[in-house]
Write a protein that binds this ligand. Structure first.
Ligand SMILES: CC(C)(COP(=O)(O)OP(=O)(O)OC[C@H]1O[C@@H](n2cnc3c(N)ncnc32)[C@H](O)[C@@H]1OP(=O)(O)O)[C@@H](O)C(=O)NCCC(=O)NCCS
Length: 246
């Protein structure tokens, strides 16, 4: 599952997008290999530890703890701070950000892996999904995809259709996460343009500022996209909440 990743240290970027100066990191969430639960817990704030205790399944709690701890470790390295000294603020729809700091980041997790995008030059939204064919059902396609996107899907079959389903899904969700609107932006309000049958760009909403990049990270079992825009384009002007200190 981690063909290229296994040779790297967790704090080494999997990918650096030079044009936009975005680093993308990866972390395994189902083992202590990249960060142990104990180390991660040391970095978490009181609010985060409280959230970790609310998960029904221990595995979900451990995934959350590792993901947050790993994000804190990365941001701490970028900001030359102890990971526990990072204080997150949250936008109206829950997007975490660092108030007053010259750095943007976004995180996504699926099926035991997490990806973190960090940049000083761009706003970022990232989404990774495990290509699970059981989720590719007609009702979801009708709900989430535009007629032109469904037409492209109908041209594919089997695993190619599943892969395209999740490529489109992650491209849309990356946009929702870039702006911070999340699901308050309906997936059909986002229209993806194709080049030779592959998602290539955002047709709408858009003024051409939002860039779409496909990331090939964990082999053919996962889809991943990153949406980016110049810094300040979608900054989280209002925060509802800031983490309480550890
Ligand atoms: C944030 C959201 C957009 C994505 O959630 P998701 O796919 O479950 O989760 P991901 O793993 O990609 O991202 C979760 C992380 O994004 C960040 N996040 C939370 N809210 C966010 C927001 N509004 N904008 C950007 N990032 C956000 C957090 O770091 C979160 O990590 P945490 O749960 O450890 O705190 C969520 O609002 C949602 O509702 N998703 C539904 C997805 C869907 O149905 N999509 C339809 C197809 S496009």
């Amino acid at each position: 599952m981690f063909p290229r990743y296994s040779q790297r240290a967790a704090e080494t970027p999997l990918i650096h997008l030079a044009d936009t100066d975005i680093d993308v990191f990866g972390c395994r969430l189902d083992s202590d290999q990249d960060i142990s639960v104990d180390e991660a817990l040391d970095y978490l704030s009181r609010d985060e530890r409280h959230r970790a205790r609310r998960y029904h399944f221990i595995s979900d709690s451990e995934h959350y703890v590792r993901c947050r701890g790993y994000l804190r470790k990365l941001l701490g390295a970028f900001q030359a701070k102890h990971p526990g000294a990072i204080r997150f603020s949250y936008g109206e729809n829950g997007k975490p950000f660092l108030r007053g700091e010259n750095i943007s980041f976004n995180v996504s997790h699926s099926n035991g892996v997490a990806v973190c995008a960090i940049s000083r030059r761009a706003e970022v939204g990232i989404d990774v999904e495990f290509n699970d064919p059981r989720r590719c059902v007609e009702e979801v396609m009708q709900l989430v995809f535009t007629p032109a996107e469904r037409h492209q899907l109908q041209l594919c079959q089997g695993s190619a259709a599943t892969a395209l389903f999740f490529q489109l899904w992650t491209a849309k969700e990356a946009f929702m996460k870039l702006t911070g609107e999340g699901m308050s932006l309906h997936p059909r309000q986002i229209e993806i343009g194709f080049d030779r049958g592959r998602p290539q760009r955002y047709i709408r909403p858009g003024d051409g500022r939002v860039r779409l990049d496909h990331l090939s990270l964990f082999g053919s079992s996962f889809s991943c996209h990153i949406a980016s825009a110049p810094r300040g384009a979608f900054s989280q002007a209002h925060s509802l909440q800031t983490d309480k200190a550890t």
